[in-house]
Design a protein around this ligand. Structure first.
Ligand SMILES: [Zn+2]
Length: 230
């Protein structure tokens, strides 16, 4: 892992801190109740709460957006997300991508603390964030329709959200049963793997570091070509 990226393993889900001369950026915020852990790790990484400049949310699932409000309240950081994700954040809701009964339960009962709407900035694919020498915002639909991944060409780190994971020690796609559009998820995975990232920093499972064989191996299994339009 590059020196300026820190993996935070919160148990079931990961978030990541990026360090730049002007401050820190948090990518995803784990489940509700993880703000203390995130600030502990930020301190170990050399930062105070007020040094956190930005919070990027890959998608509005509760295990990625759950502590966004608490982290924002204590740091004053701005939140950055895609348009549909931003709209869900202001309601504390998650996107639809679950099997029938589970989706019903999520729609009905699952809410997470809502961050301040005035501090949410929307981004779109093609934008570049001033993080790690230029962090490219990439559309990563499939698991959820409005997921975004982030790629830093300078460091080779791909923040994949739930487009890819390494659960069970193997690089793979998120299971079809919790994927809104599997064909889109396969196209997204192919486009991301085609970047040949040095590090795949995924939402679940340990980051995959310097394993080009695993990246090429999964890319070869995907039915669609990376150049296919999404
Ligand atoms: Zn998710």
């Amino acid at each position: 892992m590059p020196n300026d990226v820190l993996w935070i393993d919160t148990g079931s889900v990961n978030c990541y801190l990026c360090r730049d001369p002007d401050g820190y950026t948090l990518i995803d915020t784990a489940t509700p109740g993880k703000a203390d852990l995130i600030f502990e790790r930020l301190a170990e990484f050399g930062g105070q709460p007020s040094d956190l400049r930005r919070i990027i949310i890959t998608h509005a699932d509760i295990d990625h957006a759950g502590s966004a409000a608490a982290v924002q309240a204590r740091s004053g950081a701005s939140i950055h997300a895609g348009k549909a994700t931003a709209a869900l954040l202001t309601q504390g809701r998650s996107p639809r991508h679950m099997p029938g009964v589970m989706q019903f339960v999520v729609d009905r009962f699952v809410r997470y603390p809502r961050p301040e709407p005035g501090r949410i900035v929307t981004f779109a694919a093609g934008d570049t964030m001033p993080v790690l020498g230029g962090l490219h915002v990439l559309a990563a639909p499939g698991h959820t329709p409005d997921q975004h991944a982030l790629y830093s060409p300078t460091t080779g780190v791909l923040f994949a959200g739930d487009a890819l994971n390494t659960r069970g020690g193997r690089l793979q796609l998120t299971p079809a049963r919790v994927t809104a559009d599997m064909a889109a998820a396969e196209r997204t995975a192919a486009r991301l793997l085609d970047l040949s990232p040095a590090v795949v920093a995924c939402g679940h499972g340990a980051p995959l570091i310097d394993d080009p064989q695993a990246v090429a191996g999964l890319l070869a299994l995907l039915p669609l070509h990376p150049e296919d339009p999404i």
